[in-house]
Design a protein around this ligand. Sequence first.
Ligand code: ATP
Length: 212
Amino acid sequence: MTEAVAFMGGTFDPIHNGHLRTALEIRQLLDLNEVRLIPCHIPVHREQPGSNAQQRLEMIRLAVEGEAGLSVDDREIQRSEPSYTINTLESLRQELGQQTSISMVMGMDSFLTLSSWHRWDEFLELAHILVVQRPGWEISLGHHLEDWCRRYSVQSPESIRSTPCGCLLMHRLTPVDISATRIRELIRTNQSPRYLIPDQVWKHIREQGLYR
Ligand code: ATP
């Protein structure tokens, strides 16, 4: 059987159970070797997240510890400047070879902005795109990506498992209505985010005094 991996990019500020449940269900759905979480680099002149790159990385590490098949990949953070998704795709393809099935997982909220991403129309030459539903976000009829979606959509996870790139799969997972924005807001207002994020991440946030 060919190798198959997926990755999920994001700010992960902080990582929460919506990210983790999505990653786990995708791994099971596609019988993947691994799902990598890839935190992005934040440029210094832009609005800073509530935690720095090393802290975001450490929280993901703590969150996936002990879960075989979920891992953190620091390639974007290791670069001295922010990279585009296309650079990450090129680098993953180079690392994993031409035959490996690579899927980029994104929530519907991210997918709706896809056509504004740098060289987005080359993504499917390097990977599959797997869009997961997110409560509150729907693609509407007449959306400018509708024709593009029709052209590349596949219905079965098997198409993704058996080819290296080129397919778009929209999939409904267990809806988990959690956002990092909400977690930051709870902490800022002295409320507990417990059960929305892993306990070890909440412990780390308290020890480091993050998001206050
Ligand atoms: P913020 O609230 O700060 O915007 P976020 O919770 O959306 O953060 P990100 O790190 O921006 O988290 O998300 C990374 C990726 O995970 C994106 O593709 C996003 O759509 C997806 N994602 C985030 N939360 C969920 C969720 N609850 N269910 C499904 N996908 C999610």
